[in-house]
Design a protein around this ligand. Structure first.
Ligand code: TCH
Length: 324
């Protein structure tokens, strides 16, 4: 399972959890403006916006899972297994392979508004990266500081939805996830009053009872409701440290612990990493399952006018600050 979310203070933040039972070998990859991006059906894009994101780097090609560009646009791919259906190659349209979708958008669009224009001409196809890496069945969240959308390519075509909740998880399709929120409309961060019956002397016996009924399990629909509630009520100071701290707390509400979600005999899905990008400043912060210290890569500390990909294997293992 995976969860993505946005957050806005002075700056705009975009991030996700990546939950899975194994890692492909994740690296934070900075794609500079003059890296020649070759697309399978669309030729080469020589100059474009710089991108930073989490990727599996094959040769010197970044297979991005999520990222932001230097203009403040963010995009993340999350599993959409059983629902994602890619289109057939069509002459006269912009045919983009599923694994190229993130670089295609982030390299060329400065905003969601520009991404919408690109999406109109795009035909998302299932061309495989390689025999070993078939097309992943995903759906995507794209956001800037003003708006957020979800893109789902299904048997009946490409859907683009406005996403006022600012979150995404996995199945079912996005409209159903939003519909299911209706059943939680009575939840509140405030303490409840007795609306059950005046004939019973019902009382609050604990703090937090306003949100009793918010689902606590790891299913995608439950995580959608939980992270939407947490995000929509989240409050923090405006500084960078207060903002990223709060963002990690928002996604912490859907953290997956080893042992709670068995996907095969003895195999467990866990939160492999959690990211928080400052999309305004081009910084990629992350923690991993075994490294709770926040690690950061700043795209502006690299030569963004370069031509070669810069990539950092993620830092693993706990770093403990001893006080004595
Ligand atoms: C497994 C990841 C999604 C995690 C997730 O959503 N888990 C939920 C599980 S469930 O539905 O709820 O069961 C996805 C997100 C991005 C994906 C990767 C990116 O799309 C980039 C390439 C694309 C290639 O086609 C396949 C390898 C790959 C490197 C993908 C491997 C894998 O499918 C990734 C890493």
């Amino acid at each position: 399972m995976c969860t993505a979310a946005t957050y806005k203070t002075t700056d705009f933040y975009f991030g996700r959890t990546l939950d899975y039972e194994f890692s492909y070998g994740d690296e934070v990859a900075v794609l500079p403006r003059n890296y020649a991006l070759t697309f399978r059906h669309m030729g080469v894009l020589k100059a474009h916006y710089a991108i930073i994101g989490m990727a599996y780097v094959v040769g010197d090609y970044p297979l991005y899972y999520d990222g932001i560009n230097e203009k403040g646009l963010g995009m993340a791919g999350l599993n959409f297994v059983g629902n994602a259906v890619y289109q057939k190659i069509e002459e006269g349209r912009e045919n983009i392979a599923q694994f190229e979708f993130i670089p295609w958008i982030l390299a060329q669009c400065a905003s969601v508004c520009e991404a919408r224009e690109k999406l109109e001409k795009m035909n998302l196809v299932g061309t495989q990266f390689s025999e070993q890496l078939p097309a992943a069945q995903l759906h995507w969240m794209i956001a800037d500081e003003k708006e957020c959308i979800v893109v789902e390519c299904m048997a009946d075509g490409l859907h683009i939805y406005d996403n006022p909740a600012g979150v995404l998880t996995n199945n079912p399709p996005f409209p159903q996830q939003m519909f299911l929120l209706n059943q939680y409309m009575h939840l509140s961060p405030k303490q409840p009053v007795n609306a059950f019956s005046k004939q019973l002397p019902l009382e609050q016996y604990s703090r937090g009872m306003g949100a009793l009924g918010l689902p606590g399990d790891l299913s995608s629909a439950s995580r959608f409701a939980r992270v939407a509630f947490t995000r929509l009520h989240a409050m923090s100071g405006e500084s960078e440290k207060e903002s990223i701290s709060q963002f990690f707390h928002i996604l912490g509400s859907v953290d997956q612990q080893r042992g709670c979600c068995e996907v095969a005999d003895g195999k467990y899905e866990i939160t492999l990493y959690t990211s928080c990008c400052n999309a305004t400043k081009g910084i990629y912060y992350y923690t991993t399952y075994e490294n709770h210290q926040i690690t950061a890569v700043d795209m502006h500390r690299e030569n963004l006018d370069g031509e070669t990909l810069v990539h950092y294997p993620i830092v693993t293992g706990e770093h403990i600050l001893w006080q004595n």
